[in-house]
Design a protein around this ligand. Sequence first.
Ligand SMILES: Cc1ncc(COP(=O)(O)O)c(C=O)c1O
Length: 406
Amino acid sequence: MYQHVEAYAGDPILSLVETFKQDPRPNKINLSIGIYFDNEGKMPLPESVRVASERLGIKTQAYLPMEGHAGFREQLGQLMLGADNPALQAKRVAVVQTLGGSGALRLGADFIHRWFPNAKLHVSDPTWDNHRGIFMGAGFTVQTYPYYDAATIGVKFDEMCAYGVKFDEMCAYLQGLPENDVVLLHPCCHNPTGVDLSVEQWDTVLKIVAERKLIPFMDIAYMGFGDTFDSDAYAIRRAVDLNLPVFASCSFSKNMSLYGQRTGGLLVLAPTADEAELILGQMKLTVRRMYSSPPAQGGLTAYNVLSDADLSAQWQNEVYEMRDRIRAMRQKLYDVLSARQPEKDYSYFIRQRGMFSYTGLSVAQVHRLRDEFAIYVLDTGRLCIAGLNDSNIDTVANALATVFAE
Ligand SMILES: Cc1ncc(COP(=O)(O)O)c(C=O)c1O
């Protein structure tokens, strides 16, 4: 009966995790998946999130409304846009609690494709693999805009963060797009490269987005891991200030460690409060037809953190500790590699931001790392810095130095 069903080749990241699990070598190191691990190699639960979920307890939860928990949605709006953002006060922002960041991407994609059926999606080259899949699943044609500049790896730069992007090519590409096309942007901690735009570059990009009347879809899954919560949200807030038709998909998977609780949200800025209501109504309809309502536990936990001033401050500090640990690991990699190969410039490891580093490893080098050293990195050369710790950093740095020296 099902002979005609096509086999699924599997997701490249999740398949590699399975291969890792089956690897019998005791010293194996997994730097492939985008999960934050602490210095003991464990997936930590921030104390603030633990306290909030304990307060919540385990009890029967009624269904949440289609659009999610009202308090969670209010807190999310304030976290993303700033507490006193005039657009929030004017009720011009439709906010929906979603199944993680992925759910927010799909909900936004479905809405745009339904009401702007000719709009194409443009993603950075490269981007998180599933961006393409999620939007194609919603019916989009997906194209790429120039972004990462591999030629800058190993070259010395003066300006922090003003490197690694084919910025002129990116701008020229965006200039050529038709009205209402969607541009997927990473406000901070670009996945997979770790290469972000500077504030000046954001201003230029958003100016083009405004002039060309494009739809900026801002996907923020690592808020607080780049710099500060406020500065990581710069591009989103600036786009809202400019009154652009912003879609912002947000995830609490990494920064609250709520991976399996599927906790995230979608924000859409409308020109008027009435239009925000229309958008919200259509999103409720989509949710009703797809999964009816979001899971309660994660949303309520996040709400309990964000709505309590002390817990919220504690949480932000805990995220900054994670950010600082990632930075320390970047520095250590840089130190070891530079000491072993002083003729090369490894400063990209400390310039990139967030959990990931595009290492510049070739596929052959990635496979050598896996076969010879039991170190798992994606074939693209993406390495999850958050998987490094005091116990494995020397092994990894030395293995990298060895394969880089080939
Ligand atoms: C850039 C980006 N967007 C969205 C997501 C999806 O987030 P979630 O796991 O909450 O669905 C991820 C997760 O890795 C991501 O890296």
